[in-house]
Design a protein around this ligand. Structure first.
Ligand code: FAD
Ligand code: NAP
Length: 456
């Protein structure tokens, strides 16, 4: 018996391609598109990107002397070549940004499309727009920031050609000493680019402008300063070893009285991961080698621990000349990675003609879905990537601004699979939702050229 109550089958999502909008064209956006298009051979993907060109931080973040990391872009090119994929560049989804309020490179303004307009026109929308601002540093917030102090994010964007940062013009000629605040991999990238030298950088895709500014740089000594100890550092061993062995650069270990108590008996600790043990072994070995750094014209790199910046000291021209740090004390086991630090009351001034603040990235909540972010506003609440009806998240906006490209890929795959499993699937979805609650039997028949469903 045919029922007049049967939903019109031709409007069922099961019978037409899934239309997906992805907001952001970094690794998270592209790996989500790849997985969706691979698993759903009829899915149509539109990717919205505020910049004129794709690939996010794999293009504008990854250091120019690490070209192998950018190989992921070959896969992204394959995705982009599909007739089921469309790249909509120069188009920002959501609220204001530095472009919209005019602080970006003059003359460059993307179109702005409200999120609800996008949501109203697709079966699924995947937010993959990363983290586009800086975590704030109390020292920077309490003083008028002198010139010569800059965000590492801006500096990285500048040397990689990001349109938002081409006005930066960093002054690297005010002295020999630079301080990088933070113990993450971005801090190490910045230190390496400052110290790498022209022979290395000339063979990379760093911008010509950055190359010419770095060629005149007078920076010789770069101190990368963290507020906790080595067991709590966020950088990885490969990156720190690379800096310690940079040709022509001396690694200067921290003073023995600072490091020794932090490394004491770490070998006995079973709670440490293998990579933490390796880092501590490396620091101990380098400490024992105890390199002399008598020739101060030779470039040097050092790691400082247990120093938290309290203020920037400026000269009469308001250019930074030193950073004042609180000496910190670990509040518990020195080799537990979660141990926090507190000020000892002692102060240390470190000379600095340039300061790079590298304390992490921060996301900007999109207008209309502010309630969907955690209290620090740097990631979305989600269930396996699902944020709400027809709304998903992938990459840094989903996990918070940490993780390398491989982690971002797995994370994007999880979200794509959730879109695939969860999204509005028309009649298939109705059956899946109600399951055995209703006593029905469905037959699918070929009738002329269209598919008709009969509830029997
Ligand atoms: P992103 O790569 O930031 O992509 C987000 C995209 O969204 C950007 O293109 C942005 O322009 C766009 N966008 C933002 N807002 C909007 C909007 N409102 N509308 C439309 N588009 C928007 N990982 C490694 O494995 N190896 C490395 O060597 C390495 N180096 C790194 C160096 C730096 C400086 C940084 C910060 C990270 C590095 N990473 C590295 C980590 C890696 O870059 C991230 O894991 C990855 O890029 C996160 O991908 P994502 O797509 O979530 O964000
Ligand atoms: P990160 O890894 O989160 O490191 C941030 C650092 O800043 C930490 O040492 C943190 O110390 C410190 N910090 C935070 N707030 C501070 C404050 N108020 N005062 C002083 N220090 C503060 O961030 P990131 O370096 O920006 O890197 C982001 C992600 O990209 C990471 O996952 C990183 O691995 C990845 N990345 C990878 C590569 C690579 O693979 N080569 C290169 C670049 C970036 P606390 O721990 O004490 O908070």
């Amino acid at each position: 018996m045919w029922s007049s109550e049967v939903p019109a089958p031709m409007t069922s999502r099961a019978l037409r391609p899934l239309s997906v909008a992805i907001i952001g064209s970094g690794p998270a956006g592209f790996y989500t598109a790849y997985r969706l298009m691979d698993r759903l051979p009829d899915a149509m993907v539109d990717m919205y990107e505020k910049l004129p060109v794709p690939f996010g931080l794999s293009r504008f973040g990854v250091a120019p002397d690490h070209p192998e990391v950018k190989n992921c872009q070959d896969k992204f090119d394959e995705v982009a070549a599909s007739t089921r994929f469309r790249f909509i560049g120069n188009t920002m989804v959501g609220g204001a940004s530095s472009f919209a309020n005019g602080s970006g490179t003059p003359g460059f303004k993307p179109n702005v499309v409200p999120l609800q307009v996008v949501r109203g026109n697709y079966d699924a929308v995947v937010l993959a727009y990363g983290a586009e601002s800086d975590k704030t540093l109390a020292a920077a917030a309490t003083t008028t920031t002198p010139t010569g102090v800059m965000s590492a994010r801006a500096f990285v964007g500048w040397y990689n050609g990001h349109p938002e940062f081409q006005h930066l013009e960093p002054d690297l000629t005010a002295g020999e000493h630079a301080v990088v605040v933070g113990h993450g991999n971005v801090a190490l990238d910045v230190a390496r680019v400052l110290l790498a030298g022209m022979v290395t950088l000339r063979h990379t895709d760093i911008t010509d402008r950055a190359l010419s500014v770095l060629a005149t740089s007078t920076i010789r000594n770069v101190r990368v300063v963290g507020r906790r100890g080595p067991a709590q550092a966020a950088f990885t061993n490969k990156e720190v070893r690379e800096l310690m062995t940079l040709p022509g650069v001396t690694y200067v270990p921290p003073p023995a009285d600072v490091l020794a108590p932090l490394l004491d008996r770490f070998q006995d600790k079973t709670a440490l991961s293998r990579s933490q043990k390796r880092l501590l072994q490396l620091l101990q070995k380098k400490q024992q080698e105890q390199q002399q750094h008598d020739d101060h014209r030779r470039p040097s790199f050092s790691l400082d621990f247990l120093l938290s910046p309290s203020q920037f000291i400026a000269d009469a021209d308001n250019h930074v000349q030193a950073v004042e740090f609180d000496r910190m004390h670990l509040d518990g086991d020195p080799v537990n990675k979660h141990t926090s630090a507190r000020p000892t009351g002692q102060i240390l001034q470190v000379p600095a003609a340039a300061v790079f603040v590298s304390v992490g990235y921060q996301t900007q909540p999109l207008a209309g879905i502010e309630h969907a972010y955690n209290s620090s506003g740097n990631r979305l609440f989600h269930d396996l990537g699902k944020v709400g009806s027809g709304l998903y998240a992938a990459g840094w906006i989903k996990r918070g601004p940490i993780g390398v490209i491989a982690e971002t890929m797995y994370d994007a795959f999880e979200t794509a699979d959730t879109v695939n499993d969860n999204d509005r699937r028309g009649w298939d979805g109705v059956q899946a939702t109600l399951g055995s609650a209703l006593n029905w039997h469905v037959a699918e028949r070929e009738l002329g050229k269209s598919h008709m469903l009969a509830v029997l």
